[in-house]
Design a protein around this ligand. Structure first.
Ligand code: PMP
Length: 350
């Protein structure tokens, strides 16, 4: 027996490549191509560095309050953390303590199995249909919790609230997490269902629709008991998760609704244009409700296209995983970036 036997054995989550160069088109991590709201920069410039000598507000209350006001909830219904990855990991720790398996689709955000392994939570994945649709019937079985990304990633497909309701109605004894990382790009948020379902938790992020991936801000919405459990988990691990600058910058983002909506509109218009162009070129892809598309070509292998695009300094995401290993996940960039992508694809396809 060696100390090596006691080291963690886990296959970690692999994030989109962050190439170590500057002049390239990055469409591989579902980042937003536009800058954060102008008020965010102002908040950072205004920030008094002297304040850094103190610990931040432990529960990021000003930010939780600003988010709560925007979505029409009480501050006690909102939890904020360092990106929704942090928030989701805490949710898994706080809510999934049953011997029964947590269930989620086989094709979804690949961090879920990593958290289950890391936190020793039993889990089962449920195959999605051939067209990647999640079947609510499959979630009517004993479980220790349910996680649904809606819209789902990397498929880009959103389901309506009737579907979320059907899952909630069948799972009154488990916490149901709805991961809404991409909801602002065309999904329907489950937040209005919080008043009806005490076991519902909704998570969202500032990384995509608010262009703040580099700052790490995510949040969860739920009833007060659920949110208290989340704070208890946080306070048993790291009582000061968000830094003081992020709290102020986050508030500034929430306060600029107009900029938020204008940015979404641009990303959505580019996405819809790219979708049409890709179909024209022989790609098939579901209608996207996110800031990315998930496309497969009828003749060319996704891996080869991905490698070719790299030679043109265009980075898209390819997953060598069963069922999706002939798909490209392409993040929506600026119009110029997407024009360059389309030109490169046309060159490859001929
Ligand atoms: N959920 C889903 C479905 C995602 O794709 C991502 C982004 N990788 C996240 C959560 C986490 O995003 P962040 O930690 O930046 O908030």
């Amino acid at each position: 027996m060696s100390w090596r036997d006691n080291l963690i054995k886990i296959e970690p989550y692999v994030a989109g490549e962050q190439p170590n160069k500057t002049d390239f088109i990055k469409l591989n991590a579902n980042e937003n191509p536009y800058p954060p709201a102008p008020g965010v920069l102002k908040a950072i410039e205004r920030f008094n560095a002297e304040g850094l000598k103190k610990y931040p507000d432990a529960d990021a209350k000003p930010l939780a309050a600003a988010i709560a006001k925007r979505v029409g909830l009480e501050r006690e219904n909102v939890f904020v953390g360092n990106g929704s990855d942090d928030v989701l990991a805490l949710c898994f720790r706080a809510f999934f303590n049953s011997d029964k398996p947590v269930i989620y689709p086989d094709i979804t955000y690949s961090f879920y199995p990593v958290w289950c392994e890391m936190l020793r939570i039993p889990f089962e994945t449920i195959p999605v249909d051939g067209d990647f649709s999640i079947n609510a019937e499959d979630y009517k079985r004993p479980n220790g919790g349910v996680v649904i990304a809606n819209p789902n990633a990397p498929t880009s497909i959103a389901r309506g609230l009737d579907f979320i309701r059907e899952i909630l109605d069948a799972n009154k004894d488990s916490v149901v997490i709805v991961d809404e990382a991409y909801v602002d790009f065309g999904g329907e948020s489950a937040v209005p269902l919080l008043s009806e379902y005490e076991n519902l938790v909704v998570t969202q992020t500032f990384s995509k629709s608010r262009s703040m991936a580099g700052m790490r801000i995510g949040c969860a919405f739920g009833n007060k008991e659920i949110i208290s459990a989340l704070y208890a988990a946080k306070d048993s691990y790291n009582s000061y998760p968000m830094d003081s600058i992020a709290i102020e910058a986050g508030v500034a983002s929430v306060e600029d609704e107009e900029y938020f909506l204008a940015t979404l509109k641009k990303v959505i218009a580019t996405r819809d244009r790219l979708t049409a162009e890709l179909r024209e070129m022989g790609f098939s892809l579901p209608d996207s409700s996110t800031n990315f598309v998930f496309a497969e070509h009828e003749k060319y292998r996704a891996k080869d296209i991905c490698e070719f695009l790299k030679t043109k300094d265009i980075y898209v995401r390819y997953f060598s995983k069963p069922r999706i290993d002939n798909r490209l996940r392409i993040t929506i960039g600026t119009d110029e970036e997407i024009d360059a992508l389309i030109a490169a694809l046309k060159e490859y396809i001929g």
